[in-house]
Design a protein around this ligand. Sequence first.
Ligand SMILES: *[C@@H]1O[C@H](CO)[C@@H](O)[C@H](O)[C@H]1NC(C)=O
Ligand SMILES: *[C@@H]1O[C@H](CO)[C@@H](O)[C@H](O)[C@H]1NC(C)=O
Ligand SMILES: *[C@@H]1O[C@H](CO)[C@@H](O)[C@H](O)[C@H]1NC(C)=O
Ligand SMILES: *[C@@H]1O[C@H](CO)[C@@H](O)[C@H](O)[C@H]1NC(C)=O
Ligand SMILES: *[C@@H]1O[C@H](CO)[C@@H](O)[C@H](O)[C@H]1NC(C)=O
Length: 496
Amino acid sequence: MAQDYIKMQALFLLATAMVISCHNSLGASEVFVARGSVAVLPCVMSSSTKHSPAVIWKRTVDGEERTVWRRDKSGLEFRAVGQAPKAYCPHPNFGSSDFSLHIQETREEDAGMYRCEVEGQYPKIIMLHVISVSFTPAVVYEGGWVTLTCSITPDTSDKTTKWELNGSPITSRSSKQTYTINKVSQKDAGTWSCLIGNKQTEANISTSVEVRGILVPKDNSEVVYAQLGSSVTLPCIFSSKLYFSNSTWNRVSKTSNLPDKLPSSFNVSSNPSISPCSSMWVDRSAYIESVQDGDEGTYRCSGAVRADNDLLVKVERNIQLVTAQVLSSHKNGKTTLTCRISSTSQVTNYEWIHVEYGVSDTQIFTSVQNSSSKMLSIPKEKHLGEWVCRFYNKQQLLGNVTYHLQMMSGLEGKQQSTSVNKVALIIGLCFMVLLLVLILLQLYKNHRRRKMILQYPAMETIVHLAANEREFRERVNAREKVQNGACGKNLKSELV
Ligand SMILES: *[C@@H]1O[C@H](CO)[C@@H](O)[C@H](O)[C@H]1NC(C)=O
Ligand SMILES: *[C@@H]1O[C@H](CO)[C@@H](O)[C@H](O)[C@H]1NC(C)=O
Ligand SMILES: *[C@@H]1O[C@H](CO)[C@@H](O)[C@H](O)[C@H]1NC(C)=O
Ligand SMILES: *[C@@H]1O[C@H](CO)[C@@H](O)[C@H](O)[C@H]1NC(C)=O
Ligand SMILES: *[C@@H]1O[C@H](CO)[C@@H](O)[C@H](O)[C@H]1NC(C)=O
């Protein structure tokens, strides 16, 4: 055994010399491995001459050669004393030609030159590079800075470096091993990956960067669409460990520097039960129970975040509220619907959908028009039911507005006609009562007058006693005639 070992050592010395002399042409194979992952140092022989050759894996540490893993001809395996069993050779079986070394949870101290020596074969030299990624400062906040560093142990000039954020390649300035962002935004948050490799291999190592500030929305481009009368939530979610208690909502005025009045049903969710330290985020979204005409515009959510030096940094987001409604107009027996959106800067397409209710309340949607026109002339056969105006930008659906045609025009018409009937009925009744009262009054008056007429002749008899009897009689007759005629006329005129 000892003899064998000396023989092998001699062979190795020779092989090493050969490898060194041929280094420029052959080169050591280079392996890039992410810190913490499993490193596989390849050692595959073209053919296995012996059934069970002796195998030794060695590395040089501080100029001293150490055995990492060894198996002798008898099949006994040896590991380095005091080393955790993290380096092993999984396939040194009979007949196998793969003697690759696996290292678990690779650390920087595992990096360096390795040598695989298989009895009766030329040794293989492998350079293990361990890559890791880190960033400073430890706490990254909106508006602050961050530097990401991809380190490689041992360093080599023969490599390429690439950066990725959330799986998407970063194209600018990305070939350097450090990457600095001077004005951090939420778009810079996520999984940063550093890819280092050469033509043969590539290693990918990632780190997660949280940016303290307002997590949702990510920037000022948020637009929220709401139908008039419906409720809407304006999102504003802060990351934890913030001074969120004095976060505020404002309405940005277009005309003056002072903020506009907030809508009457505007309220802000406050969840005091969530401690800012134990929770990942704090929801300070605003809620408008019923969006009214005039509520459209820009709303601003602001607060402060704590930076690494305990300074407070102000963060804010603008959110645009866009209101939508359907207006109807009737002209020449035709009904036209108009999809009115308070800001159409993003809208490129309007789709009109007719909704009918089938058996057991199933909805049947029919797309009637899909164009850049916001107007729809309602076809005659689809006068009843529900209409939905869906509006899109170039990429996606932005929102929709519903209009109940039946309720808005049909029902309203019915209600109007019934109320008109009621009014007519009441007026008619009043008129009849009035007429009756007038008739009764007149009858009563006539009755009284008749009584009076009977009194008058008596009085006149006394006054005109001196006048001759004939004249008196003529007068009485004439007066009675006139009185009766006038009375009849009077009654007639009053009744008319
Ligand atoms: C690198 O790793 C990240 C995170 O695991 C992954 O999203 C990304 O797709 C990987 N990139 C490549 C090129 O493998
Ligand atoms: C707004 O106020 C109403 C009534 O007080 C309440 O029920 C609702 O939960 C509040 N909404 C939010 C988001 O706080
Ligand atoms: C929150 O309070 C701090 C300290 O009182 C103040 O400096 C900051 O301006 C406040 N932030 C807001 C959004 O009111
Ligand atoms: C209407 O147009 C939008 C945007 O072009 C599209 O996404 C949608 O699928 C269309 N709808 C129909 C029913 O074709
Ligand atoms: C309209 O939007 C609401 C909420 O986004 C959705 O639930 C509903 O299905 C939409 N209706 C139509 C017809 O697209």
